[in-house]
Design a protein around this ligand. Structure first.
Ligand code: SGN
Ligand code: CA
Length: 526
């Protein structure tokens, strides 16, 4: 063999070795499990997200996730309240199965959850922000959850429990939670995939904006929903007897912030004072100056009747939407960080909210009802390796589907006991509805008697219709034709024109209750 032959062989071997190495690193890259950042806010209505067609606000960073990924048009909470929604998401099971039915429940943390399974399969896991399940988080390498106000947390100088230790941070909650997420990413083990639950408090009541956004909408007049003055004449007693109206329920102090500094200092037992005192002095000063005009307007005594309701709606929107600005900005900050670290495209980024929210529709704020504004949750996912940009899906999905979806995307078997189904076929096929997909989503709300007085109810929503049974101290049915009446203004349950449809929906409801094993007696107790 000549020297030149040896060189050739050497060259050949190195080239093949190089090819093998490149191939296997490609394979590794291909087999690499997706990182997951599960962003969830609190009470963020689709009507306050621009990619969902909001007429109220621009949310460019959430929109970017949708433009570069998928937006779900028909994603629903199965119980539109914080603790219950979170428990459904973690377990992939409905409230009557996971045991967390209302905000007074205590989560049984020993049950199986998707973060536990991801962790057993090599993921580093973190839970940062609002938890609201009372028992300590399980299944996380790192956790830092809001405490205070029954685990609702505070907007300013919030208290947290970090891996079991009580701490107080200075600053604004939406920024702090994002800092903690970035800090976790900075310090994580390099070779493991990660899953972070990034859960904001905003835009939850009582809607306190960041210092930089205080007063930002003072001169903005927001469009009113056309049913702001709904009189519920074509609905049953549940809609009439609720306690969540802009007119009667919004509080002058807590919600509308109509107390001057002097009034707050004179009444330190007022709840608004308890959050005001958490702000540093310079922020208190800005607060005083931006709310001064509002307080003066109110005190002029000129606002009355419908005009007063309209005015309250404007103040509500100004504060609520200003807290949304910080949510969106911080998502932008996180995306820029991931991009800089080269992790953006390896990470499945999910945006949702624990449920929707009423922004004046039917004259309301809050949620709980199985009406569109509160039952519907935003769901936007960016993961360019599997999801085609600009996908939009009409598939009916529920929050109990999240756990199976995350496991499936990570290539992990889904436990039998999970009641939701994986959305992977929807994600990987540009949002197309898979064959034999479900015909209806199921819902069951339990917190009654309770805050805001929304009666117990359960029901189904199909692509075009909704059927609801209110029970406990009443026994009333409602049905809506969502194509003709998308704002759910006229109950057609007793309309003979729809009797066939009604029978069909009754059958579907029965089927859902059997399938999901919800056999609770739901008759009137009167
Ligand atoms: C607090 C709010 C309610 C809200 C619940 C549940 N009242 O109690 O308006 O419905 O949280 O919200 S407040 O006076 O404290 O602001 S949830 O999103 O956590 O379920
Ligand atoms: Ca909530």
């Amino acid at each position: 063999m000549t020297i030149s032959d040896t060189t050739k062989i050497f060259k050949y071997t190195s080239i093949s070795l190089l090819a093998v190495t490149t191939l296997s690193s490609c394979k590794m890259e291909e087999n690499r499990k997706p990182n997951i950042i599960f962003i969830m806010t609190d009470d963020h209505a689709t009507n306050a997200i621009s990619c969902y067609g909001s007429k109220l606000i621009q949310t460019p960073n959430i929109d970017r996730l949708a433009q570069e990924g998928i937006r779900f048009e028909n994603n629903y909470a199965v119980n539109a309240l914080s603790g219950p929604s979170r428990a459904c998401i973690l377990t992939g099971k409905f409230s009557h199965v996971n045991g967390f039915k209302d905000n007074n429940s205590v989560f049984n943390g020993d049950q199986q959850t998707f973060p536990k399974i991801l962790r057993e399969n090599g993921y580093q896991t973190a839970m940062i922000g609002k938890w609201h399940l009372i028992t300590e988080p399980q299944g996380f390498d790192y956790w830092c959850i809001l405490s205070g106000q029954h685990e609702q947390g505070d907007y300013y100088s919030p208290d947290f429990i970090e891996n079991g230790n009580h701490i107080t941070e200075s600053g604004y909650v939406t920024d702090i939670i994002t800092d903690k997420v970035i800090n976790f990413l900075d310090n994580k083990e390099k070779d493991k995939p990660f899953c972070i639950m990034y859960h904001q408090k905003a835009p939850h009541r009582n809607w306190m904006p960041a210092p930089r956004h205080l007063g930002i909408f003072n001169d903005t007049m927001f469009p009113e929903p056309d049913n702001l003055f709904d009189d519920y004449s074509h609905r049953g007693s549940a809609a009439k007897e609720q306690d969540m109206s802009i007119e009667h329920t919004l509080r002058n102090d807590w919600d509308l912030k109509l107390l001057t500094r002097q009034e707050l200092l004179n009444d330190t037992t007022n709840r608004l004072y308890s959050v005001y005192r958490r702000m540093p002095q310079e922020v208190q000063q800005k607060w005083d100056s931006v709310y001064a005009g509002r307080i003066a307007e109110y005190k002029s005594g000129e606002l009355k009747g419908e005009e007063l309701v309209r005015w309250k709606y404007q103040q509500y929107m100004r504060d609520y939407l200003a807290t949304v600005l910080s949510v969106d900005e911080n998502i932008g900050r996180l995306l820029a960080y991931l991009e800089e670290k080269g992790e953006l495209d390896n990470t499945m980024i999910v945006y949702t909210s624990d449920q929707g929210f009423f922004l004046g529709e039917h004259g309301w704020f809050d949620k709980r009802f199985m009406y569109e504004e509160s039952q519907r949750m935003p769901l936007v996912i960016r993961y360019p390796k599997s999801i085609k940009a600009e996908s939009v899906s009409q598939a009916l999905s529920m929050n109990v589907d999240f756990a199976p979806t995350f496991l499936d995307m990570a290539g992990i078997d889904i436990p039998e006991e999970m009641q939701g189904v994986s959305l992977k076929p929807v994600l990987t096929n540009a949002g197309e509805i898979p064959p034999n997909w479900r015909e209806a989503v199921y819902y069951h709300f339990y917190e009654y008697p309770g805050e805001h007085s929304v009666k117990r109810h359960y029901g189904i929503r199909t692509a075009d219709f909704k059927l609801i049974h209110f029970y406990n101290d009443i026994d009333e049915w409602e049905m809506y034709d969502l194509k003709r009446d998308p704002k759910e203004m006229v109950n057609i349950f007793d309309n003979p024109e729809y009797s066939d449809k009604k029978n069909e929906l009754m059958q579907l409801l029965k089927k859902a209750r059997t399938e999901y094993k919800d056999d609770e007696q739901t008759l009137s107790m009167r």
